[in-house]
Write a protein that binds this ligand. Sequence first.
Ligand code: SAM
Length: 259
Amino acid sequence: MLKNRLPRLKKSLGQHFLKNKNIIRKIVNAAGIDSSDTVVEIGPGGGALTEEILKRNPKILVCVEIDPEMVEFLKEKFKSHENFKILNEDAKKFDFSQAGNSLKILGNLPYNVSTVIIRNLLNHINTIHSAVFMTQKEVANRLTSTSGKDYGYLPALLQNFFKIEKLFDVPPSAFVPPPKVWSTVFKMTPLNFRMEEKELKEFENFLKRAFSNRRKKLKNNVGKPPSTELEEIFQKRAEEIPPTEMLSLFRKIWQMAPK
Ligand code: SAM
């Protein structure tokens, strides 16, 4: 019988696989999985985290992997686990409601598309219990910052919807092949705040415009303030305005705008 061999690694898909067992355990511990949980793993690759997740015996584990060769490899590797399911899909567009609800999501994310995958969570926030991700350190720093050079449109958007907490850093030596940069594990937990789709789209556009030229003041990036009350804040740069203030500013402007 042919041995189930790990397929050739593909750099273009960010395939840096975890080999450090302590780190693997720490990541899975951070997700707090037990036998009543529905778990989604993004980018299982060779199955390093998958194996550890299955040891916790969740009710069901749904893996989302874009590489069909890895999908076939993992189907064979975990065929004896009835609670293991794998989908050959793109996590950037994955509809998380397919997997169930109150999902505990986990992933050592492909670094080149990590922020697009994380942005997709917002579209499915009602199905999520929590998410534990590893990305390159710089991305984690950006997502958790509330002002200054690391801060930008995505943290301003996401921090209104999720609590985002950094957990620990991981050195390049924990992976094969080692990436060039350090990584950080962090946890995202949905807050109670929600927005209608139309308003969310406008809020996101507003933030993109506000941060479009970082050195310029808000008035130069988004236009004249719609009332004298807002003149002072329009003199600031977007990177000086924390996420919750961005939201209340947007809502004031949105209420004044003709519909
Ligand atoms: N979980 C494994 C580990 O920790 O060893 C692999 C992590 S590796 C950094 C990222 C994985 O995500 C790869 O298996 C890659 O094929 C997969 N991937 C890349 N882009 C993807 C996408 N858009 N949707 C789903 N999986 C993707």
